[in-house]
Design a protein around this ligand. Structure first.
Ligand code: ADP
Ligand code: MG
Length: 623
């Protein structure tokens, strides 16, 4: 008996759709790219309920003829390539002819389109790959595609969608990726009737300012390099604006956003000696190269690419970034707008560039005041190569330090005070510990700090080793999350303004009640700006923007994973950011207090992020 049958197109399309459209943002990406490929100079993006009920893109591009308006929904229907060779000379964003077929398989789509030559346009309505209606209509030149009720016929996929704030932030990210590099086009972006972005055609720098605020320009150095393999144009952040999370890192190749870990590493490596460990630069870089030397055809969502000249690209990108950092860190007045051409002669094809020798101050720490050990004999600068493997100063890691002399005090402050700490562990916890044969260390057990990150002490049952950062995270987390009523707030002398992207501002709004519980006082100043007038006592207000940015990032991350409780997520994020870091010298009393507090925790043995906080070694097992 024959068992094999060929799947009908509608089923095949639905299966293929899974590759192309996994969430509303991926449909938005395809629609925006089609509008750009159609030569649009104005693009409108309208979403409702984070794309769940509606995603519409209206463009003033070339439009489609009556028959194209029907054929465009067929699988492998594309006007962009004709033969296999064309794959090596791609100048458009799309070329697979899959997007519209996929979208039409899993949504209700309304297309209205008109070419300039035609008097009348065409309207096509298609649902689950079935054309329901095609008729003439009057409409402006260009194309409007409305995608309604995504996954209406695939309830399982619909159920996988996240909360609206999360889906909208994905759409916003896609929108930024497209709008950043296609800066010659006007865009307006509406969500639930609210105008989130209104961008006007300009240059790359202007587009960055439109998206991130005019002050953002001051954070960046320009890069402009031309070699015969690649030309690089864009901006990298000044070292002092490095952040604890990978924030705005945008790499574009031939007008397309890409992810390429090796090339990103090339940029980050250029910063190795000017920013602390685990801090990351921002960058907006556009690489233009011969399409024949790229393979963009390796992933359906096409953010991954392969380069023929990967090694040379890596070296050029790193050298160019170092050059920008070196050139401008010497105090040149920076004009953001195009600077004079820097002379960078095109190297021969097989040439691997040398690292430039750049003068810089290896002790320069943008986050602290000048330190006594900084080399001032030659004005703070060495003749040195960036590759020098310099041990990182421990001060880098103490995020909340503002003044070295006060540092130990600051940490003591952030440990709970005598009265505040949870003095007696709950009976069941004590009982459990006794069952485990573990008793609390006496508060006067001597402590020793090991390698700046571990505390060594004694327990009746043996040697106690504590990871100070993980332990403090646990203590803070339990303290923050056990608060029953609003914590004491410390009024700020100068209120601090914090600004977020529209999608992040929505998330921040959701977090405000939880923030208030922790002692923050926050008010809105417009849609995306907030003013903070009070903070919990042990938080440094100079870092608020960074703390909130990280919190939002953590929140997005945990919403995608297992945690759905905003309060827990916020407490985890705050505890992580406030905890004393490895590399911070602790005094005897601080170490004893930390251990005492740790043993009062409900779950003393792991940090809220799952890291072991302590190990007990029984000497008898060693001898
Ligand atoms: P691809 O972009 O890979 O060619 P799509 O499925 O996205 O495949 O689109 C199929 C075809 O429909 C495109 O090649 C193009 O000819 C046409 N098309 C899609 N969107 C538009 C638009 N906004 N304006 C004009 N033509 C469009
Ligand atoms: Mg396309």
């Amino acid at each position: 008996m024959d068992l094999i049958n060929i799947l009908p197109d509608s089923v095949a399309n639905q299966i293929a759709a899974g590759e192309v459209v996994d969430r509303p943002a991926s449909a938005v990406k395809e629609l925006l790219e089609n509008a750009l490929d159609a030569g649009a100079t104005k693009i409108q993006l309208i979403v409702k309920d984070a794309g769940r009920t509606l995603m519409q893109v209206i463009d003033n591009g070339c439009g489609m003829s009556d028959s194209d308006a029907r054929v465009c929904f067929e699988r492998h229907a594309t006007s962009k390539i004709h033969k296999a060779d064309d794959l090596f000379a791609i100048h458009t964003m799309g070329f697979r002819g899959e997007a519209l077929a996929s979208i039409a398989a899993i949504a209700q789509v309304e297309l209205k389109t008109k070419t300039r030559e035609n008097e009348l346009g065409t309207q096509v309505i298609i649902e689950g790959s079935q054309i329901k209606e095609q008729s003439s209509c009057s409409c402006p030149d260009g194309t409007s595609i409305a995608v309604k009720n995504l996954f209406f016929n695939v309830p399982a996929r619909r159920n996988f969608l996240k909360k609206d704030t999360i889906e909208l932030s994905h759409i916003e990210e896609i929108f930024k990726r497209v709008a950043l590099i296609n800066y010659g086009t006007d865009y307006s972006f509406y969500s639930n009737g609210k105008l989130l972005y209104d961008l006007h055609a300009g240059n790359f720098a202007e587009r960055i300012s439109q998206l991130y605020g005019t002050n953002y320009r001051e954070r960046l150095y320009p890069i402009d390099e031309k070699t015969d393999i690649v030309s690089i144009h864009g901006y990298v952040s000044k070292p002092e604006f490095a952040r604890k999370s990978r924030g705005e890192q945008y790499l574009f190749v031939n007008n397309r956003f890409i992810k390429h870990p090796a090339l990103s590493a090339a940029v980050e490596k250029a910063y190795a000696d000017v920013i602390p460990d685990r801090y990351y630069p921002s960058y907006f870089l556009h690489l233009e190269l011969d399409p024949a030397r790229i393979d963009i055809n390796i992933h359906p969502t096409k953010t991954e690419v392969k380069f023929v000249d990967e090694h040379a690209l890596f070296a050029i990108l790193r050298a160019a970034t170092k050059k920008a950092l070196g050139q401008f860190s010497l105090g040149n007045e920076l004009q953001f707008n195009p600077i004079e051409e820097v002379d960078f002669l095109p190297p021969p094809k097989d040439y691997v560039p040398q690292q430039p020798n750049v003068r810089y101050n290896p002790d320069y720490n943008p986050f602290t005041n000048p330190t006594p050990q900084s080399n001032t004999s030659n004005g703070g600068f060495h003749n040195s190569n960036f590759e020098v493997d310099r041990p990182k100063s421990s001060k880098w890691t103490s995020f909340f330090d503002t003044d070295d002399r006060q540092a130990p005090q600051t940490h003591l402050d952030s440990l709970p005070s005598e009265e505040e700490s949870i003095a007696t562990p709950q009976p069941q916890v004590m009982a459990m510990r006794q069952m485990e044969g573990e008793a609390q260390p006496t508060t006067d057990s001597p402590c020793l700090q090991l390698q700046g990150r571990y505390i060594v002490s004694t327990l009746p049952s043996g040697l106690l080793l504590v990871d100070q950062q993980a332990a403090h995270e646990r203590v803070l987390f339990e303290r923050l999350s056990s608060r029953q009523h609003a914590a004491a707030a410390q009024q700020l002398l100068f209120p601090v303004n914090c600004q977020f992207s529209p999608a992040d501002a929505d998330i921040f709004n959701e977090l405000i009640p939880d923030l208030k519980e922790q002692g923050f006082e926050v008010g809105a100043l417009g849609q995306t700006t907030f003013v903070v007038t009070a903070t919990p006592p042990d938080l440094n207000d100079g870092e608020l923007q960074q703390v909130f940015d990280q919190m939002i990032l953590d929140y997005k991350g945990s919403m995608l994973q297992k945690f759905n409780d905003s309060r827990t997520c916020l407490c985890r994020s705050l505890a992580k950011q406030m905890a004393v870091k490895a590399g911070t010298a602790l005094q005897q009393a601080e170490m004893q207090q930390l251990i005492a507090d740790l043993f009062c925790c409900q779950v003393p043995s792991v940090s809220p992020s799952g890291k072991k906080t302590m190990v007990v070694v029984d000497p008898a097992t060693l001898f």
